[in-house]
Design a protein around this ligand. Structure first.
Ligand SMILES: CC(C)(COP(=O)(O)OP(=O)(O)OC[C@H]1O[C@@H](n2cnc3c(N)ncnc32)[C@H](O)[C@@H]1OP(=O)(O)O)[C@@H](O)C(=O)NCCC(=O)NCCS
Length: 285
């Protein structure tokens, strides 16, 4: 993939995931919607970032010059992560995805560990398991936060670039690798909050609607505090995505906030256990 492919890749991925959501419906939750223009811009920004940091991890499949599939991935320290993986609807199931994933995995050949957030597409699941990934069911919490349930959140402050080294240390301890160059990108997209006390440290990025995009902490108490800080910023409805069974502290916060729990997709891992206390990012994990 080249930088000039990013916009076409965004259109392809938007089409592929909308088709997937429509195919897997009906299921719990709202009707599938195409990706919003705002999220499309963020997608292009994130992919352009990966093309800068990991040009060898980003691949497209083409027929007669037209893009029919893509996979983007990154390596952070000794961790390989898959960010995007899609083949044009109508051309799936013919081996194009297998070739794309092999190219992306080759970029991570020096890494012991691997992480990706898998959709519920049976074809994706086949590919990931065949590549040696363990599949951990992913849950999410949705609804309107009961404002009366929000505790007074102490020892949480706004973060800045001066916290990135601390955050990298937390990630090394919790998931085995730092996010390094991803932090400036994430900080441009989300609000960063940090908790750093004598007993524990942690950080969270959350969207304007309160959705935690990434959360890591050295203990559950700190993680709980940070998730409440995210939920306190929520409006009408909020989504807490990417919760694994290893993160019951997050389920407990969500249920205390009177959110509903549901299941969707998998956290797919290689050579590691589900990180905790940790809520992974969907594509930068
Ligand atoms: C996941 C995806 C990228 C894989 O690409 P692809 O070209 O379809 O993959 P391949 O054809 O190489 O492999 C598909 C596998 O599923 C099997 N398969 C094909 N049709 C299937 C179906 N309807 N149900 C279940 N399995 C199916 C194939 O036989 C193959 O398995 P095998 O190699 O063990 O025989 C593609 O299907 C896709 O874009 N899905 C929608 C978006 C998505 O879910 N992306 C993953 C995000 S994490």
């Amino acid at each position: 993939m080249r930088p000039e492919d990013a916009v076409a890749a965004e259109r392809l991925s938007s089409e592929g995931f909308f088709e997937l959501d429509t195919r897997l419906a009906p299921r719990a939750g709202p009707d599938p919607e195409p990706r919003s223009p705002e999220r499309g811009v963020q997608w292009v920004e994130r992919t352009t970032h990966l093309l800068r940091t990991d040009p060898g991890g980003c691949w497209v499949a083409e027929v007669d010059g037209a893009m029919i599939g893509c996979a983007t991935s990154s390596v952070r320290e000794l961790m390989w992560t898959l960010a995007t993986y899609v083949v044009r609807p109508g051309l799936q199931g013919q081996g194009i995805g297998k070739a794309l994933l092999a190219a992306a995995l080759h970029h991570g050949r020096g890494c012991l560990r691997g992480m990706l957030s898998a959709s519920s597409d049976p074809k994706a699941i086949r590919r990931y398991r065949a590549a040696g990934f363990s599949l951990h069911p992913q849950m999410h919490l949705t609804g309107t936060v009961d404002r009366a349930a929000i505790p007074v959140v102490e020892k949480v402050r706004d973060g800045s670039a001066a916290d990135f080294e601390l955050m990298d240390s937390i990630d090394r301890r919790v998931r085995g690798a730092a996010h390094g160059p991803d932090h400036p990108l994430l900080r441009g997209m989300f609000r960063l909050v940090v908790s750093d006390t004598s007993t524990g440290s942690g950080y969270a990025y959350h969207a304007a609607d309160g959705m935690p995009a990434l959360l890591a902490a050295t203990n559950r108490r700190t993680a709980t505090r940070l998730l409440w800080e995210c939920l306190a910023a929520s409006g009408e409805t909020v989504l807490v995505p990417h919760v694994t069974a290893a993160n019951e502290w997050a389920i407990d916060v969500g249920l205390a906030a009177r959110l509903d729990l549901a299941q969707d997709g998998y956290l797919a891992l290689r050579n590691m256990r589900p990180p905790t206390p940790y809520l992974h990012h969907g594509s930068l994990l």
